[in-house]
Structures are given as C-alpha cells and as structure tokens.
Design a protein around this ligand. Structure first.
Ligand SMILES: Nc1ncnc2c1ncn2[C@@H]1O[C@H](COP(=O)(O)OP(=O)(O)O)[C@@H](O)[C@H]1O
Ligand SMILES: [Mg+2]
Length: 246
C-alpha cells in the first residue's frame, strides 16, 4: 500500500470533447503527509490539476498514480481515498438537507450503492463535525447557513470519508481572517497526522507554520516546485513573477 501519495509523470489532461490539453507535461511526486500549496494566476490550470488527481478528466499523455492506483484505470477507486472540497460551491437555500445529512453523505461513496450508514459511519461524521466546530449546527438546514459555515460543512463532509488525500480549491475565499486561521490550523493538524493536503490558495495569510511544498502553475505547466516554510510562500511566488498573483 502507498497511502496518500501522488505521482504524476508527464501528465497532460483535456476536458471531454476537446483535443487541446489544459495541463501539459506535469511531473511531480508528493509523499504522504505533505502540505502542498498550489499557486498561479486565473486560468493557469490549478482546478484542472486537482480534477486530474481526483481522476475526473481523461489523461491524454503520461501516467498518474494516486494512493498507488493508476488514475486512468481506477478513477472511482481513487475517489474513495481522496476528499475534494470544490471551488465556488453553492447550496440551494431550500435544499432539504441538514448539516448532519451533508456530513454523513461523505461516507456514501465508501459504503457503496444502497448501503445505509452504520454506527461507525455516524461516529466518523460526528468526529469530523467536532473537529470543524460545527456540531451545534448538525440539525440546521444547510442552505440557510453563511458561506463560511457551509465551507466548514463541506470540509467536514470530506473528512468524514477519512481520506488519504484532501484536495481543497481556494477554501479560504468565503472565510473571514479568524476563520481562515482556524481552518488553516485544522488542515495543518490533518497533514501532521499523515493525510496529504493539496490546497489551491492565494491566501498567503493562512498558511501552516511548518514546511510546505509549493507548486506554481502557469499556462497549464508547472513553473515552480519548491519546499519552504509557510511564511516564505508569498516571497517565493513574488520572486517568480514580480507579482503576488504569479
Ligand atoms: N469544463 C471545462 N471545459 C473546457 N475547458 C475548461 C473547463 N474548465 C476549465 N477550462 C479551461 O481550462 C483552463 C484552466 O482552467 P482552470 O483549471 O479552471 O484554471 P484555474 O483554476 O487555475 O483558474 C482555462 O483556460 C479554462 O478556460
Ligand atoms: Mg480554479
């Protein structure tokens, strides 16, 4: 077993119906428990990179191996081991789900079709809610919460899965400064416990107080692969392009 590892070797991926690859010739290896920050300007391919790791896009060149599984052959298997907190999510204000419902749904992919969650599944969902400090919201309607509260619910939904890898796409965009640092501490704890964290972020004020890996994307290619402390990331990205939005 190779828990929490990501290996991309010359990977290009395209969106369905398009011949043109969006990310091109990407190679890197990530070990379990690394905290990876993905940077780069709008349209550089950051979201596409996360979707590639999560086995959601056809791979046109190269080979991607995630948690020891060949992504092209075992996309569904990969997604049982990977949590993905998407960018720009929105819940319908009338969605008939409570916070507790949404978090336990994080277990469904692992349970498989038609199987009901058991005691252990509920225990994992409760643990995830406690970690995010949202256990008091368990019976509230998801659609009636603030964006920041919904963001925490989505993270808890993914943690209930006990993922080997957690992908997050700009998770701080809905969060105030205090909540950013609260969530950042949680993500740091998760990585310290051995879960690989891969986070697209421009929020340089919310980075862990530990070594991180920076992957910067530009025009669908990798323009930087480096390791540094969380508080050095902004400088590294600035040096790359002379601009914060490298
Ligand atoms: N569903 C899609 N179909 C086709 N092209 C897409 C799709 N989503 C994104 N793209 C294109 O892929 C490129 C990279 O997008 P994306 O990965 O979302 O960038 P980023 O997350 O860095 O802002 C952009 O040129 C974008 O237009
Ligand atoms: Mg994006």
């Amino acid at each position: 077993m190779t828990p929490g590892t990501i290996d991309l070797a010359g990977v290009s991926t395209a969106y369905e119906g398009s011949d043109l690859p969006v990310i091109r010739g990407i190679s890197f290896s990530v070990a379990a428990g690394e905290f990876v920050v993905v940077g780069g300007p709008n349209g550089a391919g950051k979201t596409t990179l996360l979707e590639t790791i999560n086995g959601m896009l056809p791979i046109t060149h190269g080979r991607a191996t995630v948690c020891g599984l060949d992504v092209a052959a075992s996309g569904t298997g990969v997604r049982t081991k990977v949590g993905y907190v998407i960018q720009n999510f929105a819940f319908d204000p009338l969605a008939p789900f409570t916070v507790g419902n949404v978090v336990i749904m994080g277990r469904y992919g692992i349970l498989g079709y038609g199987r009901q969650p058991g005691e252990e599944d509920h225990r994992m969902a409760e643990e995830a809610m406690r970690l995010l400090g949202i256990e008091d919201l368990a019976d509230r309607s998801i659609g009636k919460l603030s964006g920041g509260q919904q963001q925490k619910v989505l993270i808890a939904h993914n943690l209930a899965k006990k993922p080997e890898i957690l992908l997050l796409d700009e998770p701080f965009s809905n969060l105030d400064l205090f909540t950013r640092s609260f969530v950042c501490d949680i993500l740091t704890g998760i990585a310290d416990a051995g879960c690989t964290v891969v986070m697209v972020s421009h929020a340089f004020d919310a980075l862990p107080d530990r070594e991180v890996r920076i992957l910067a994307m530009k025009d669908g290619m990798l323009s930087l692969d480096a390791r540094c402390r969380g508080d050095e990331v902004e400088e590294k990205i600035r040096n790359l392009s002379g601009s914060v939005h490298a």
